[in-house]
Structures are given as structure tokens and as C-alpha cells.
Design a protein. Structure first.
Length: 61
């Protein structure tokens, strides 16, 4: 029985199966990181400043 804990992870080398699993998941991880990067790069204030509402008919009455 393997008695490793999460804290032992840093002290052990990954097995070939673990490396294969990581490699298989990498495209999904890379896509998630790219989406996160685009989200972080989004600047709401700049986007709002770029809106052109000059032709919108707006009235509070």
C-alpha cells in the first residue's frame, strides 16, 4: 500500500504514466491558460471609452 501524502509529492519523481497523463492534458491546460491570458488583458475602462454612443437617441423623459 502506498502511504504517500500530498506533501510527499515534491520529494518524488513522477512515473512514466504520470508524465503521460500530464502530457495528454497539456492541450487543454494550454487552452485554459490562453483564455485566462485574454481575460487578464481585457481592460473594461478602455473598452468602455471606445464605445461610440453619439448616434444613440437617449432621453430620460
Amino acid at each position: 500500500m502506498n502511504s504517500k501524502t500530498a506533501l510527499d509529492w515534491f520529494d518524488s519523481e513522477p512515473s512514466a504514466a504520470e508524465l503521460d497523463a500530464i502530457e495528454a492534458e497539456w492541450p487543454a491546460i494550454a487552452a485554459d491558460l490562453a483564455r485566462l491570458g485574454r481575460l487578464v488583458e481585457f481592460d473594461a475602462l478602455t473598452a468602455a471609452a471606445d464605445l461610440d454612443v453619439s448616434r444613440v437617441d437617449f432621453s430620460l423623459s
